[in-house]
Design a protein around this ligand. Structure first.
Ligand code: BGC
Length: 817
């Protein structure tokens, strides 16, 4: 392919003398990471290494380690559902604060791909199905991060909207769809957010892998004025050809295709040195922005007040909670509650974040059960699991572990060479262990050995085992319990690594009776680019149980309570990185559980703990449904705030919720045999597709109830100078308490000569009002909302209909302009 010649126009040219001071070898060294998470330092020009870290919902830091915990923010669909630019900016600022605390320069977020289909495996990690909602939140997140002197890295550019064959899939769409649907989030991140970096994705577009694709130059740099660094997704740079494209930094390193081979290619004239210089300029520009260049290297360079992380997480989780149904049971009145039955696997072991590279290790997690118990100290709060959701092993409770050498809480992890010599060891507190970079000499290690004493808190029959991608053994009190290699499905190394299969065997644990455990894992095989990475969780899976008995027990608990709160949700086998979903059904017997509980108690409140849409077939049979997403480490506290009315459920759906797996209009995520994935639906994804088919989802885009009611009274429109409009919308809080309403503005063009969506989101803003009071909200509708792409942005002559209301299908106000 012929890469479009990158322009030098927007590079920070005043750094050119520094580039000139570097040898070709130094320049080329700068273009590949020094290791998994850091860039190459060049002390001769006062350039230190920059640290990059996932993101996007918190900052993990360069190690994946419970000894260096991170703030676990609510996931992206939670933030997306708040429809709140200011919250997104504060969320970004919180990430920057975490980044500074962890010596991180670049946060690998936000993820701003779209929910093209509910089956996308990383739906939980991205904001919305709508380009404008995503674009607005992306820009605010980026502003927030960068206001803290830390770079945001908007990812994954572009058309990386599903996971199947993600390294090779060749996505095809038309130019108009690309411009109107998939590019706007990146465009806003660059033009409004002034993004300092963007991540190129793994996939191809129109037959060219993104790290070599002309889209990196146009529109990113040449039209939008991006002057930052294009960082590759991890291992996405595959060739020397990418060096001639506008791909700046190849991650991770060392190694990769741009080493000495690139020096030779420049010397032979195969790659132009000016292409190298442009990349170096941009990397130096980024270094200057984050304080990694020059004598006064202050990371972040920000003096904003210290973050109260848990308080922010709690506020944000409530703001993102979507109340889908309420027959009047909510908010609960605490003094009236004597007995509350909390039910569900996820009530006790909630998912507070999605799986995969986005994972952070929180210091603590407030489960829904913890949160409800803390909020209702005078009530008897019972718990029943009801249905098993967990698949595979979960880590052993840290409080049950004793280190065999020190006698302190925790465990010993040893890294042994082939001859048995101990190369390295770590004292850890958690049995969920991931090495992804860091100090452990994994490439030289033959065996990783975990040693601990387990003193069970309860007497129970469990399945003890491990989840990993290599051969392992577990010995309990010297007796081998498991000795096997898990079968890794699929070819996505990331999935095998981040979401590996489990092997277990039954064992009876007796409360207070110590068991000595030694688990050994064979890491001697060459694992290619993941040779320096390894993950294993030693733990327990739920023992086989009588599913009907669990449901009956939960229903009995519900029957004798004032209210039953059932937390249903997904698990990491369903929502994680590296694979897509095949169904939106809740795992296990959770639907049967909800039906049984609802039959036993008319005051059944269901909390949904999922990052992506799930089917709720019993939705008309329960008293209330609150969607809490993956609410972050304070999930349970935020949930209690919302259920008890201490906080408003501030969310509105950022993505359409289908009623069943078969309903969704766009479902294909599997490439054809020629490797292409064709976005044949064009402009019509999400609610646009639902409107076109005329099908009714379970809950439409933009929908969500509050604890008060609203009327939409009037709308006036004034033309703005740029061809857009400024709307003045009056709404009235017609209910009995103060609240928030998200005022949504959609455009329509029923008589258009072009193919168009039935309607599309044009703008939005939040209104706040006390009971019985009105509020006037000014909303700018940009000119772009009335434009389409046809070789450039064009406006079809004639009038558009502008509709205003509370969701894509509830639009009482209308005006033409
Ligand atoms: C993911 C990125 C992530 C990177 C580093 C990749 O597999 O797609 O989102 O930032 O790994 O962990």
């Amino acid at each position: 392919m012929t890469a479009e010649q990158p322009s030098a126009a927007s590079a920070p040219t005043d750094l050119a003398p520094l580039v000139d001071a570097l040898t070709l070898e130094q320049k080329v060294a700068l273009l590949t990471g020094a290791d998994f998470w850091t860039t190459t330092p060049i002390p001769a020009i006062d350039l230190r290494a920059m640290v990059l870290s996932d993101g996007p919902s918190g900052v993990r830091g360069p190690t994946w380690d419970e000894r260096a915990p991170s703030l676990n923010l609510p996931n992206a669909t939670s933030l997306g559902s708040a429809w709140d630019r200011d919250l997104a900016r504060r969320y970004g600022a919180a990430a920057a604060s975490e980044a500074r605390r962890k010596n991180v320069d670049v946060v690998l977020g936000p993820t701003i791909n779209l929910h093209r289909t509910p089956f996308g495996g990383r739906t939980f990690e991205a904001f919305s199905e709508d380009p404008i909602l995503t674009a607005e939140l992306a820009a605010s997140y980026v502003e927030g991060v960068q206001s803290g002197g830390v770079a945001a890295c908007s990812k994954h550019y572009v058309l990386n909207d599903s996971e199947t064959d993600r390294f090779t899939v060749d996505v095809r769409t038309d130019e108009r769809t690309l411009r109107e649907v998939y590019l706007p989030p990146f465009e806003h991140a660059v033009t409004r957010g002034a993004a300092w970096s963007v991540m190129s994705s793994y996939n191809s577009v129109d037959g060219v892998t993104m790290s070599e694709n002309d889209l990196l130059e146009t529109p990113l740099s040449s039209e939008w004025g991006f002057d930052g660094v294009v960082i590759s997704d991890w291992t996405a740079v595959r060739s020397l050809a990418a060096a001639s494209a506008a791909q700046d930094l190849a991650m991770p390193g060392p190694g990769g295709p741009w080493g000495p081979a690139l020096v030779d290619a420049v010397r032979s004239g195969e790659v132009d040195e000016s292409a190298i210089d442009r990349k170096v300029l941009r990397i130096l520009g980024l270094a200057r922005r984050v304080g990694a260049l020059g004598e006064s290297q202050v990371r972040g360079g920000d003096d904003s007040p210290a973050l109260d992380g848990p308080a922010f997480v709690r506020e944000a989780a409530a703001a993102g909670t979507v109340l889908l149904r309420n027959t009047g049971v909510l908010p609960l009145v605490a003094p009236e509650l004597t007995t509350v039955a909390v039910i569900g696997h996820n009530a006790r072991t909630a998912r507070t974040q999605g799986g995969g590279s986005a994972t952070v290790v929180p210091e603590h997690v407030v489960s829904p059960l913890d949160g409800i118990r803390a909020a209702l100290p005078k009530a008897a709060v019972t718990y029943a699991v009801g249905a098993v959701v967990q698949e595979g092993v979960a880590e052993l409770a840290p409080t049950t572990l004793t280190h065999p050498r020190t006698g302190e809480p925790g465990l010993l992890v040893r890294f042994l060479a082939a001859d048995g010599t101990e190369l390295y060891s770590e004292d850890r507190r958690s049995t969920a262990l991931v090495w992804f970079g860091g100090d452990a000499p994994l490439a030289e290690t033959s065996q990783v050995v975990l040693q601990l004493t387990l003193t069970p808190a309860e007497t129970e029959d469990v399945e003890l085992g491990f989840a990993t991608g290599v051969h392992g053994t577990i010995a309990v009190d010297g007796e081998v319990l498991v000795d096997d290699t898990p079968v890794v499905e699929g070819t996505d190394l990331g999935a095998a690594f981040l979401s590996p299969p489990s092997l277990t065997a039954p064992v009876r644990l007796v409360a207070g009776e110590p068991r000595h455990i030694v688990a050994t894992f064979d890491v001697s095989a060459d694992r290619g680019q993941l040779s320096n990475a390894f993950s294993v969780t030693l733990g327990t899976a739920p023992a086989a149980a009588d599913a009907d008995a669990l449901i009956a027990e939960a229903a009995a608990a519900a029957a004798s309570a004032d209210v039953a709160i059932v937390v249903v949700g997904t698990n990491s086998a369903v929502e994680s990185e590296g694979f897509d979903r095949t169904t939106i059904d809740l795992p296990g017997r959770q639907d049967d559980l909800v039906r049984a509980v609802a039959a036993a108690n008319p005051h059944t409140v269901v909390v949904v703990n999922a990052g992506a849409p799930v089917a709720l077939p019993w939705r008309e049979d329960v008293a209330a449904i609150a969607l809490g997403h993956f609410g972050g480490q304070e999930f349970g506290a935020a949930l209690a705030d919302v259920l008890l009315g201490r906080a408003e459920p501030g969310g509105r759906l950022a993505t359409t919720w289908p009623a069943t797996s078969d309903d969704a209009p766009v479902t294909d995520v599997v490439p054809a045999t020629d490797g292409t994935l064709r976005y044949d639906e064009g402009l019509h994804i999400g609610y646009r597709a639902w409107l076109r088919t005329g099908r009714e989802p379970a809950y439409p885009f933009g929908f969500g109830l509050g604890y008060t009611t609203w009327s939409f009274d009037s709308v006036e429109s004034n033309e703005s100078a740029d061809g857009g409009a400024t709307l003045r919308v009056q709404v009235t809080n017609t209910g009995g308490r103060s609240g928030k309403q998200v005022v949504q503005v959609y455009a329509e063009r029923p008589d258009s000569a072009l193919e168009r969506p039935v309607r599309w989101l044009a703008a939005f803003a939040s209104a706040y009002a006390e009971a019985s009071e009105s509020a006037i909200v000014e909303i700018d509708v940009p000119a772009r909302a009335f434009e389409h792409w046809d070789g450039g942005w064009q406006r079809e002559p004639g009038l558009f209909t502008v509709r205003v209301g509370a969701s894509v299908t509830d639009l009482p106000l209308r005006i033409t302009r």
